[in-house]
Design a binder for this molecule. Structure first.
Ligand SMILES: [Zn+2]
Ligand SMILES: [Zn+2]
Length: 375
């Protein structure tokens, strides 16, 4: 009943999304055919697009919404300006929505962009009507952010900042390169449309398309292609289970420029207290999910019921061994750090560690074999 009467349309948003999109698919190529674009147009498109998207991913998302690290005020001001340039509302507003999204993911009446309400709704539809008006009166879930002067400054002057960046930056570039219309189209319009929709993909596609290696308790997916388009945010299944981690792609080979950006900022003294999930927790979640999937696969196979117990036993063994492995690793590091432990004691621990490591490897191999047998 609640959705039988649709909330009123937000005309400003409708017009903004519509006009910029139409301009991007018609005016941008038309001007290209008539006037042509130069290398500087594409270069500044890339710079401005990266500025916008990184301000959203590293700033709005991983810094403000999830507090996965702390940032120097200079960096926070840069994010605040980039976020206004990305035209995705103030950091306070954005984070408030996003915290609700995590807390009530997939609950149609609460999650502001619930993926269960369809691809269109989670991508853009949720911004076209006043669906969540009542949650914005005091931003009660962002009291911590209300103590950050950068957040409050940006919130207060958001409209001014948004107009100044979206018009000012392309205009300035147009004056420098003597092509105001070209720069307004490429760095103004095309950049905005690309930045908008690639970010929106995380709410829509990253909840539909991809794998679920860590949990299937919500719709979030890991997707390497989306990670490329979104500065690393495509590893959304990991993110929804371990939201306090400053990384989304946790392996070195996973494309997550936001993670690299935050780490580089730390080297430059602009970021601090980067939070990561203990490896043990990550591996436990992964093994648990693999077990769940395997048990589901053999559920309707009477010929494979004998595997059920074996799978459970193997899982317990593996998880226990992983625990032992990380505990020994921790002890080794502590020994090294304290420097007080006798040499022979350290050697004994090292031998035990290597033994557990080998046992773990063997168990892991066995586990993989059992899994492939079930799939
Ligand atoms: Zn998030
Ligand atoms: Zn999500």
């Amino acid at each position: 009943m609640r959705h039988s009467v649709k909330p009123p349309i937000i005309w400003l948003n409708v017009l903004l999304f519509l006009t910029t999109f139409i301009a991007a698919i018609i005016a941008v190529p038309w001007y290209g055919m008539v006037q042509g674009y130069q290398a500087e147009h594409w270069l500044w498109l890339l710079v401005a697009f990266s500025f916008c998207n990184l301000s959203i991913t590293a700033g709005y998302h991983r810094l403000w919404s999830h507090k996965t690290y702390q940032a120097h005020p200079a960096l926070r001001v840069i994010f605040a300006i980039g976020g206004a340039f990305a035209l995705q509302n103030s950091a306070l507003h954005w984070s408030s929505d996003h915290r609700i999204h995590h807390k009530h993911v997939d609950k149609n009446d609460v999650d502001p962009y619930s993926a269960k309400r369809g691809l269109w709704f989670s991508h853009i539809g949720w911004m076209l009507r006043h669906y969540n008006k009542e949650s914005y009166h005091d931003y009660g879930n962002c009291r911590d952010l209300q103590k950050d002067w950068v957040v409050m400054w940006q919130h207060k002057y958001y409209l001014l900042l948004a107009i100044a960046t979206n018009i000012g930056i392309p205009l300035a570039l147009g004056l420098i390169y003597h092509d105001i219309a070209g720069m307004l189209l490429i760095v103004g319009v095309l950049r905005l449309v690309l930045s908008h929709h690639t970010t929106f993909f995380i709410n829509s596609l990253a909840h539909v398309w991809g794998s679920q290696p860590y949990t299937d308790k919500n719709t979030a997916r890991d997707n390497g292609i989306l990670a490329v388009l979104t500065f690393g945010e495509g590893y959304h299944n990991f993110h929804h289970i371990f939201e306090n981690d400053y990384r989304n792609g946790i392996y070195w080979w996973q494309y997550d420029p936001t993670k690299w950006f935050i780490k580089s900022s730390q080297w430059l003294g602009l970021a601090d207290k980067l939070r990561t999930t203990p490896k043990l927790k990550i591996e436990q979640a992964k093994a648990k999910q693999a077990l769940k999937k395997a048990l589901e696969k053999i559920e309707d196979r009477p010929d494979m019921q004998h595997l059920k117990q074996a799978l459970n036993d193997e899982f317990e063994l593996l998880v226990g061994k992983i625990k032992d492995y990380y505990e020994l690793k921790r002890q080794l590091v502590e020994h090294k750090r304290s420097g007080l432990v006798a040499k022979y004691e350290h050697s004994l621990l090292l031998i035990r560690y290597r033994q557990i490591k080998a046992e773990r490897k063997a168990l892991q191999k066995n586990w993989q074999l059992m899994l492939t047998h079930c799939y």
